[in-house]
Write a protein that binds this ligand. Sequence first.
Ligand SMILES: Cc1ncc(COP(=O)(O)O)c(C=O)c1O
Length: 491
Amino acid sequence: MAALNFSEIAGGGSATSSNTLINLLRGHVGFPSLLLLRWPNTSLLPTRLIEKGSRSVLQHPSIAFPALLYAPDNGDLKLRQNMASWLTTFYQTAPPISDDRIAVTGGASQNLANLLQVFTDPVYTRNVWIVAPAYMLAFRIFDDSGLKLRAVPEDEHGIDIEYLRSEIRKREDEAQSQVGSSEPIKPHRPWSKFYRHVIYAVPTFSNPSFKTMTLERREQLVRLAREYDALIITDDVYDFLQWPASLTAQDLSLDKAILPRIVDVDRYLDGGAEREGADGFGNSVSNGSFSKIAGPGLRTGWCEGTSKLAFGVSQTGSSRSGGAPSQIAATILAEIIASGDLQRHVYEVLQPSYGRRYQKMVTAIEKELIPLGARLPQTDRDVVGGYFVWLTLPSGIESTVVVQRAKEEENVVVAQGEIFEVPGDTKHAGTHFENDIRMCFAWEDEDVLGEGIERLARVIRTLQREQQDGGAQSAQSSMQHATEASAKDFW
Ligand SMILES: Cc1ncc(COP(=O)(O)O)c(C=O)c1O
């Protein structure tokens, strides 16, 4: 069955079901480009904090005027300092993260585009290697830069390093034997370099796969990137949204990261990114975002890499003309981080709220869906997080059918696995997701999540029954054929 388009999936609930809509995809009726963005439940938006931060910015001319004028290229200094200090505490990095490793951005998506503008060339950069299933709204950003996308599967530990290595090698060999120049078509700039390859991943509480890449894989990936001159771009946008995996845990607040980011690994591994003989740009950059921990409307984030890389991205043309984006939002965020208010909001409001939602959803999944043959990934983790769970459906059940029937019959909306496939690269095992769905627990009220799963279970049970009946019918008809055949033989 063909994949449904976004508006078919999310466009306003069912015409045939009398149930109220339960949206585990978080679609937005009427705005197709926003359908698949992840939205936090509005009760979790920190309106009072933003109001308090705005007041303290606007009341003092010494803060208000710079906030309302153009920003420095690398963004508001106070925000960079405060983020450096929060990230140092959260990721427990030694030595501490310095503010020159950080640039203020317009969020992870905007900065992905900036990184590609500065550090890739459509001819020189061979490929973007994307961990699949992938955050699908990144595809257009890569397309805009003229880069060719390739999918890399992941297993229970994260990205499949051996597959990536062998495909990069093949691509390098191909390029060597090709006629014609692969010299960059963009001009060389002293503040930047062009990488041969880009690797894009969401290593922690991934959107959509919900997996966390192990430390071993992170280290292997950094080594591989160094070997093949690749820039690993990670969206580390869910790292702060974490809680213990136990479904009965009461204390759902965790103020230390479970693993170093890939950018941290690049900083310490084998002499680090700024080791002797290296060019000092490093091989990884972390995109952080306030979208998930404050509000997506702020359109503000930060990126971290070596100081050389952070400076490079701040020199992108649009930041040179007018400075870093989102200056007033950045100034407000600097205030609420300096006071510790945003950190408290994350640890005391968001983690417990999302953690409870997660517990409700997964408890229902274990009761209703696992007995039917569905599977969750990485069930042995101590800590989980993010906005989603990824569910592999019982064998023989296609996600397209489930998505459509769930909407029609039960008015529950989920995302089918196929929309997270890397366009044009779905042949290799582990890059095609016709048997999987993604469910978001961040948008709906926690009380309806269990019911959403019960409705989904009803749909899957019905499909299984239909299959059995169909199977019984076809078994009957093959028996009949067999009987006729043996009868013919007899006669
Ligand atoms: C993996 C990933 N990257 C980026 C984004 C968007 O981040 P931002 O709002 O900072 O552009 C999202 C939001 O859903 C996401 O899931």
